[in-house]
Design a protein around this ligand. Structure first.
Ligand code: C2O
Ligand code: CU
Ligand code: CU
Length: 511
C-alpha cells in the first residue's frame, strides 16, 4: 500500500516500525508545531501569508430553476502546502468546491468514488436529508462505483453545513487526507446586509512529514484524535486579507479538523456571533472568544475597528489529553487581516433581530447516552471492533482502546435506539470519561437545554440550532431534538478516531 511506503518524521525511519516506537518519535516532533520547525531542514516549511483565497464553487449544471445539479468525484490528488512538495491528498473534484444552494431547492449530486481500493460515502453533515441519501456507513459506494444523492432543501433550512465521507472504519482517514467540503444553504431573505460579504473560513488540520506526505495515524492519534502540526484556513497557512477601518465582514467558520479543539480569539476586532451549526440565532451576541470543537460551525460578524494587524489566533484549551505529547494549542495564528488607516464607507448596521427560533417544546421520551473510554491492556481481538474492515489503516493493536456509548461499541447491524418521526425527545448525554467528546446527531438540528457539571446546571444564554455539542469530561448535556424524516440515523463523537473506535450508535426513526 502506498501509505506504507512513506518516510516519516525526523529521522526518516520507514513506517513499518512498531506503533509504540512510532508514537514516541511522532510525539517528539509534536512540541514544535506552529511556526517553529523542530529541526532545521526536516519538516517542509509551509507557504505562509499569501492572500486568502476563496474556495471554488461547484457550478450548477441545471437550467431548471430551483434545481441544483452537479457531479462530485472523490479522487486522489495533490496539494502544494510547501514549496517543492506535492502532498498526496484526497479531494472532491480536485479542489473540494463549495456547494451553494437555496432554501426550497432540489439537489441532485451524481457521485463517483475514484478512491482506489476504498469504499466511501458522502454524508451531508447537519442537513435534513432522507436517511437513505445521507451517506450512512451502511450505504457505501464501492471503489469505481457511482450513485446519485438526491434531496430537497426545506424552508428555513438555511445554514452552514458541510459534507464529508462516512465509510465504515475509514472516515477518520479519508477526512484527514483531505475529503471535506462546505455546503451553504442560503435563505430566501437574508437579514444580514450584503455589504458584509460572506466569507468562508474552513479550518483543517495538516500533519506533513519530511517528504511532504501525510504520516499515518499513531497510537496517540487514536486515543486523542489526530492533531496535525498546522491549522489551515481554506487550505492555506495563516493567509492574509485586507480590511478597511470600520468595515464589517460576515465569516462562516468551520472546524473541519478530525480532532482539534479550537478556542479562538480575533485580536483588535469586535466579534459578534450571529449563527451556529443550524443557521442564524435570534439576535446577535457579542463575544471575546469562542470554542469551536470538531465539526462545529459558527457565523460571525467581525468589525475591524482598529487599524493595523488583526489576527485570528488560538488559545489554550484543556480537553482532557490522554498520555504524553499534549500539543501546545495556544498562539497559533490562523489568519491575519491588515486593517487600513483610512475609514471604510459607512456600512449598514447589523439588525437587532435576525429570526425567530421556536422552542422545540416538551419531550415525550427521554434517552440517556453514557460516553465512556476503556483503555484496558488486554488485546483479545475484540478491541478492534468497529475497525474490522480497515485494520490495515491503523497501527495494529490499539492496546484495547475502546470508546463506548452505553457500554457498547458501534456495530453496523445493531439498532441501538428506536424512535418515532415527529416526536420531541430529551437526550441526556453523560460524559463519564476524562476527555471531552463533541457529540453529533445526523439528520436533524437540536436545541441545547442545559449543561450540568459537578452539580452545577447552566442553560445556554441564547437559543440556537446545533448538530454537534461538546460534552466536557464529567459533564452531562441535555438536548431537545426531533427527527422529522424516518430511517436509521447515526449519533457519535465527532473526534473521528473515537467514532472509528466505537463511539457511535444508530437510532432507527420509525415513520
Ligand atoms: Cu460529520 Cu456522522 O458526521
Ligand atoms: Cu453528520
Ligand atoms: Cu470522543
Amino acid at each position: 500500500m502506498h501509505r506504507r511506503t512513506f518516510l516519516a518524521g525526523l529521522a526518516g525511519l520507514a513506517v513499518a516500525e512498531p506503533a509504540a516506537a512510532k508514537m514516541k518519535h511522532d510525539m517528539s516532533g509534536m512540541s514544535g508545531h506552529g511556526n517553529t520547525i523542530p529541526l532545521a531542514g526536516t519538516n517542509p516549511v509551509l507557504l505562509e501569508g499569501k492572500p486568502l483565497t476563496a474556495l471554488p464553487r461547484l457550478a450548477n449544471q441545471s437550467a431548471v430553476p430551483s434545481l441544483f445539479k452537479a457531479e462530485l468525484a472523490a479522487e486522489p490528488g495533490f496539494m502544494r502546502f510547501a514549496e517543492g512538495f506535492d502532498t498526496p491528498v484526497l479531494l472532491y473534484n480536485g479542489t473540494n468546491p463549495v456547494i451553494e444552494a437555496r432554501e426550497g431547492d432540489k439537489v441532485e449530486i451524481s457521485f463517483k468514488n475514484g478512491i482506489p481500493g476504498e469504499p466511501t460515502t458522502i454524508h451531508w453533515h447537519g442537513m435534513p436529508v432522507p436517511a437513505d441519501q445521507d451517506g450512512n456507513p451502511g450505504d457505501p459506494v464501492a471503489p469505481g462505483g457511482e450513485r446519485i444523492y438526491a434531496f430537497d432543501l426545506p424552508e428555513s433550512s438555511a445554514a452552514s453545513y458541510w459534507f464529508h465521507p462516512h465509510p465504515h472504519g475509514l472516515t477518520a482517514e479519508q477526512v484527514y487526507r483531505g475529503l471535506a467540503g462546505v455546503f451553504i444553504v442560503k435563505p430566501k431573505d437574508d437579514p444580514i446586509p450584503p455589504e458584509y460579504g460572506d466569507t468562508i473560513l474552513m479550518l483543517t488540520d495538516l500533519r506533513i512529514a519530511a517528504d511532504g506526505t501525510m504520516p499515518e495515524s499513531t497510537m496517540a492519534d487514536l486515543m486523542n484524535g489526530r492533531i496535525g502540526d498546522h491549522v489551515l484556513v481554506n487550505g492555506q497557512k495563516n493567509p492574509a486579507m485586507a480590511a478597511a477601518l470600520g468595515e464589517k465582514r460576515r465569516f462562516r467558520l468551520y472546524n473541519a479538523t478530525n480532532a482539534r479543539f479550537l478556542r479562538l480569539r480575533f485580536e483588535n476586532v469586535s466579534m459578534t456571533v450571529i449563527g451556529t451549526d443550524g443557521g442564524l440565532i435570534e439576535a446577535p451576541v457579542a463575544v471575546d472568544e469562542l470554542l469551536l470543537t470538531p465539526a462545529e460551525r459558527v457565523e460571525l460578524i467581525v468589525s475591524f475597528d482598529k487599524p493595523g494587524a488583526a489576527k485570528l489566533t488560538t488559545l489554550d484549551y484543556e480537553r482532557g489529553w490522554m498520555g504524553p505529547g499534549k500539543p501546545d494549542e495556544a498562539g497559533m495564528v490562523l489568519l491575519t487581516a491588515n486593517v487600513s488607516e483610512e475609514a471604510a464607507a459607512a456600512m449598514p448596521p447589523l439588525p437587532a433581530k435576525l429570526r425567530a427560533i421556536e422552542p422545540l417544546g416538551s419531550p415525550v421520551v427521554t434517552r440517556r447516552f453514557v460516553l465512556t473510554e476503556s483503555m484496558s491492556g488486554d488485546n483479545d481481538g475484540t478491541s478492534m471492533q468497529g475497525m474490522d474492515h480497515s485494520g490495515m489503516n491503523m497501527p495494529s493493536g490499539s492496546m484495547g482502546m475502546k470508546f463506548l456509548i452505553n457500554g457498547a461499541s458501534f456495530e453496523m447491524n445493531r439498532i441501538d435506539e428506536v424512535s418515532k418521526a415527529g416526536q420531541v425527545e430529551l437526550w441526556e448525554i453523560v460524559n463519564d470519561a476524562d476527555m471531552d467528546h463533541p457529540f453529533h446527531v445526523h439528520g436533524t438540528q437540536f436545541q441545547i437545554v442545559e449543561h450540568e457539571k459537578d452539580g452545577k446546571v447552566t442553560a445556554p444564554s441564547y437559543r440556537a440550532w446545533k448538530d454537534t455539542v461538546n460534552v466536557v469530561g464529567g459533564e452531562t448535556v441535555r438536548i431537545l431534538l426531533r427527527q422529522d424524516l424516518p430511517g436509521p440515523r447515526m449519533y457519535h463523537c465527532h473526534i473521528l478516531e473515537h467514532e472509528q473506535l466505537g463511539m457511535m450508535g444508530i437510532v432507527d426513526v420509525k415513520a
